[in-house]
Design a protein around this ligand. Sequence first.
Ligand SMILES: Cc1cc2nc3c(=O)[nH]c(=O)nc-3n(C[C@H](O)[C@H](O)[C@H](O)COP(=O)(O)O)c2cc1C
Length: 368
Amino acid sequence: MSDAKLFSPAVAGAIEMKNRVVMAPLTRNRAQPENDAPRDLNVEYYEQRADAGLIITEASQISPQGKGYAWTPGIYSDDQIEGWKKVTDAVHAKGGKIVIQLWHVGRISHPVLQPGGADPVAPSAIAADSKTFDGTQFVGTPKPRALDASEIPGIIEDYRTATVNARKAGFDGVEIHAANGYLIDQFLRDSSNKRDDAYGGSIENRTRFLKEVLDAVVGAWDGGHVGIRLSPFSNANDISDSNPQELFSQVVRLLNPYNLAYLHLVEGQTGGSREIPEGGDLGVLYALFNGARMANNGYDHDSAIEAVDSGAVDLVAFGRPFIANPDLVTRLKKNAALNELDRDTLYGGGAKGYTDYPTLEQASVAAE
Ligand SMILES: Cc1cc2nc3c(=O)[nH]c(=O)nc-3n(C[C@H](O)[C@H](O)[C@H](O)COP(=O)(O)O)c2cc1C
């Protein structure tokens, strides 16, 4: 057993955690197809992983318009609140903590997934070279419709309502998904935001949408229950910026007055290389922030222990390892081997590749 700091308790804002191993947000496309509500299978999946110091749920749309893939859960209807309540109760009964990732996909969608078959919306009418899953096949993401400034207050209101709903559903907090090329990231970056109004142009203008989201979310709860995820140097979903270091330094500075629980950074390319482009420096971004620092991307036993022991960060989030290892914390403590990830069952389907990965204990019984 390890006495590394990674396994010691931590506090992030109002969220107390029994260890510093976090389950990263992971879209698995297994909500109830009729109403995008979590179901019993999802309850079991999260309950199995409640040994994490904190679970961040899969990204969950704040509105029907915020949806970009088939069978992802929402957090805007009563059925969805009820479904999530079962998840949070099960995680809490196991002594775990859980926050919900609030999501609006912006242009990473398709008319077949949008209310009334409408075009997806974005800061500007620029298509992303990306794909989404429509329930049958992977399809290219088409050119979106540029949001009229008059529509923005409605989206901000959806973030506020989603936060209120998250409280009703018994979550310990919310994580604002501002990473991976979705709507907030689309506003932040100068490759996807070509607006000439108060929401585009200067960095101050491009961060305005995020600031309004923060005002709404923190206004509906408080900063201590709110975390944020950014992926400053990731090009996920065809996103880029001419000066990400400057942009995200300003973003982190604007976060501080909200006294957020944590800043969650995807380090490098989401799910890919950890390399940071020239001129980029994650350490500077962490240092600018006044709350707990959470790192993600490609961490393993040794690198996670080192990241926390060295003081570089406070918390480490694991994505793929948590899919394949419900008892990841136990395995990390023992430095035990990890189950292999089955890529064919990542998105959609039932229990296979979702709730049937064995724990160490189950694997040893099966081997006897
Ligand atoms: C199947 C799958 C689904 C994902 N879904 C989300 C998501 O809903 N929200 C998000 O911010 N990142 C999502 N990601 C990215 C992960 O949270 C994480 O950043 C990435 O897997 C790298 O961490 P890892 O090396 O520990 O797996 C997803 C990744 C995978 C593999």
